[in-house]
Design a protein. Structure first.
Length: 96
């Protein structure tokens, strides 16, 4: 449970909206690098999920990790849109 995913989605969407209003530097400003999913990462996610299921208050860092893991696909989608915006901007500047 929890609303970490919702808060993270709001942040990702707001970040994309902020960048959409600006001019240039889309690719540099948009990149969100998800953490590699190695064994230690997965073990950490399991422990955090167990704490959350048991109703134990999560630390801020744990909360952030859960929110990021829950929305990895959305991060990729935001990055793809930002790259598209950067490419469109570059193409339009070359055409003028």
């Amino acid at each position: 449970g929890g609303n970490g995913g919702n808060q993270f989605r709001q942040y990702a969407g707001q970040n994309a909206r902020n960048l959409n209003g600006g001019v240039g530097h889309f690719a540099r400003d948009c990149t969100v690098r998800p953490r590699r999913r190695d064994a230690a990462y997965l073990q950490t996610q399991l422990l955090i999920a167990q704490k959350e299921e048991a109703g134990i208050q999560l630390q801020a860092e744990e909360y952030d990790l859960m929110a990021a893991a829950a929305d990895l696909d959305e991060i990729k989608e935001v990055n793809a849109k930002c790259i598209l915006m950067a490419n469109l901007q570059q193409a339009s500047s070359l055409g003028t």
